[in-house]
Design a protein around this ligand. Structure first.
Ligand SMILES: [Fe+2]
Length: 255
C-alpha cells in the first residue's frame, strides 16, 4: 500500500514532533505493509511558500539519512494545502505532490462555503493542476449535502478519504459518507492522515482490517495500491465512479 496523506515529517506542522516520532511512524508504516509514503505537511496557501519548501526539503533529507539503516518505505514530498481566498495570489504550483500536477487541498471546517470552494477548485484547475480534496467526509457540510460532492466530481475533483473514517473511528456521518464514496467508486484514494505514532496513527493495515466487510475488495485494492502509483507517475486517474452518491436509508417519514 501507498500512504498518500501522512504527517510523519517532524517539526513542520501538528504531525510528528521530533525525529524519533518520525522514525516510529516509518516503523509503523513498515509493520502495516506500506511501501511508500507521501509526506503532506499542512501549509496555508497564503503562507511563505519558499520558507515551507526549504524547511520541508531539509527535514526530508534529515529523516531520509536517519532512516537509511532501516528497512524503510520509499519517501516522497508533498503538501496539504489549506485553500482560502489567498489561493488567487499564491504560487501553489510549487506545492504539488512529487512535482506532479496533483495537489492535495483542505478547507476551513467551520466556514465551508460551497460557492467559494467551487471557485478555489476552478482556480486550481485553471492553473493546469489536478485537485485532490482531502477527506471530504470529515466536513459536516458535505455530510449534509452529498449533491455538492457529486457536482465536484463532475468538475473533475478527486477525493481522498481517511482510513480512520472508513474504519468507523470518527462520527457516524463521517463513516456513512466515506462508505458511500467507496461504494460508488467516487473516492480515488484512501490515506492514513496519520499525525503521530500514538493516537492519530498511520496504521493503514490495522485500520483496513476494520473496514466494513461488504466493501468491494477489488476496488479497495485499486485505491490503496494502484491509483497512488498513477499519481506518483503523474498519469491520468480514470473516473471509475458508478453512479452518484446518495444518502442511504436514514430517512423516516412521519405522517
Ligand atoms: Fe492531513
Amino acid at each position: 500500500m501507498i500512504d498518500i496523506h501522512c504527517h510523519a515529517l517532524n517539526s513542520i506542522d501538528d504531525g510528528a514532533r521530533d525525529l524519533s516520532e518520525s522514525l516510529e511512524m516509518l516503523k509503523l508504516a513498515n509493520e502495516n505493509s506500506i511501501s511508500a509514503i507521501i509526506f503532506t505537511p499542512h501549509i496555508k496557501c497564503g503562507g511563505d511558500i519558499d520558507e515551507f519548501i526549504n524547511k520541508r526539503d531539509a527535514l526530508f533529507d534529515e529523516l531520509k539519512s536517519a532512516a537509511k539503516d532501516f528497512e524503510c518505505p520509499e519517501l516522497y514530498k508533498g503538501a496539504e494545502v489549506y485553500a482560502d481566498d489567498d489561493i488567487f495570489y499564491a504560487d501553489i504550483e510549487r506545492l504539488t505532490i512529487n512535482n506532479t500536477k496533483y495537489i492535495l487541498v483542505e478547507f476551513n471546517f467551520i466556514q465551508f462555503i460551497p460557492q467559494r470552494i467551487e471557485k478555489y477548485f476552478n482556480e486550481i484547475k485553471s492553473l493546469g493542476l489536478k485537485p485532490i480534496f482531502a477527506h471530504p467526509e470529515r466536513y459536516s457540510y458535505c455530510q449534509n449535502d452529498y449533491e455538492f460532492l457529486n457536482y465536484l466530481r463532475r468538475m473533475g475533483v478527486l477525493f481522498q478519504i481517511n482510513a480512520s473514517s472508513l474504519a468507523g473511528m470518527g462520527s457516524m456521518n463521517e463513516f456513512l459518507l466515506a462508505k458511500e464514496l467507496i461504494n460508488k467508486q467516487m473516492a480515488s484514494f484512501i490515506g492514513s492522515d496519520g499525525h503521530s505514532p500514538r493516537g492519530r496513527t498511520n496504521e493503514l493495515l490495522k485500520m483496513a482490517s476494520a473496514f466494513p466487510s461488504d466493501l468491494d475488495a477489488q476496488y479497495l485494492d485499486y485505491v490503496l495500491n494502484e491509483t497512488p502509483l498513477l499519481l506518483l507517475g503523474d498519469e491520468e486517474i480514470p473516473d471509475s465512479s458508478i453512479g452518484q452518491i446518495a444518502k442511504q436509508g436514514n430517512y423516516r417519514r412521519f405522517h
